[in-house]
Design a protein around this ligand. Structure first.
Ligand code: AMP
Length: 217
């Protein structure tokens, strides 16, 4: 089963993807794949950096390239495509690419969250530069402040989590991701989740939804 997660920055997509990853889903998060490519100084990473750091969307051809590179390595049948489709224009090429490897998006989960709540959350978000684990100083803090639980690296605030980049991204989200949500709602595969609920509440709602989706397959 392939799930596509859409929703504004800070709406909990990354956290829920990480939770599903620990229950066997492959995690294809384009945002974190771009971070990984930039960290490894690959050509793809270098080409994406200027857009990424400014909080802008990376051009579609780079998104498709990164998706193709990493999805072909995914071993699990259950996959979360987290933030992979963010504009109406990305839908067709993404679906064509998936079809070329005999895959398709089965369900789309829309994490709905107000801008106000998103800004509040993002100001407290810290990321491990080594393993990309995301922490939140209020909701999901590391055991030792400022240090990653998994590898002891000093946590950083992502360039795109800084206030100016956040505001730019939220307004881009609203204008660009809105039509993606409308499209999947129209074709009847969209499920909306209230992203303002707690991590546990959203995780349990997702768990129930996935159970139902699997029964329908
Ligand atoms: P995220 O980790 O989801 O907040 O994504 C971080 C950054 O990665 C975004 O601000 C974009 O620069 C880039 N990015 C990730 N996915 C996409 C996509 N589907 N289309 C364009 N840019 C993307």
């Amino acid at each position: 089963m392939i799930l596509l997660f859409v929703g504004p920055k800070g709406s909990g997509k990354d956290t829920q993807t990480q939770l599903l990853e620990s229950s066997g889903f492959a995690n294809i998060s384009t945002g974190s794949l771009f971070r990984q490519e930039m960290q490894d100084n690959t050509e793809l990473g270098m080409k994406s950096k200027q857009y990424y750091d400014a909080g802008k969307l990376v051009p579609d051809e780079l998104v498709l390239e990164i998706l193709k590179k990493h999805i072909s390595k995914a071993e699990a049948d259950d996959i979360v495509l987290n933030g992979v489709v963010r504009t109406l224009e990305q839908i067709k090429p993404t679906e064509e690419m998936l079809a070329s490897i005999e895959k398709k998006i089965d369900k789309v989960i829309y994490f709905n969250l107000s801008d106000e709540e998103a800004v509040k959350r993002l100001a407290n978000r810290w990321t491990c530069p080594v393993c990309n684990t995301v922490y939140h100083t209020l909701f999901d803090p590391p055991k030792v402040a400022g240090v990653c639980d998994k590898d002891g690296a000093a946590l950083l605030q992502r360039a795109d989590d800084k206030p100016d980049a956040v505001k730019m991204r939220l307004s881009e989200d609203r204008t660009k991701t809105g039509p993606v949500v409308d499209h999947y709602r129209e074709i009847g595969i969209l499920h909306e989740i209230d992203g303002s609920k707690s991590i546990e509440e959203v995780a349990s709602e997702l768990h129930e939804l996935i159970k139902v989706f699997k029964e329908q397959q």
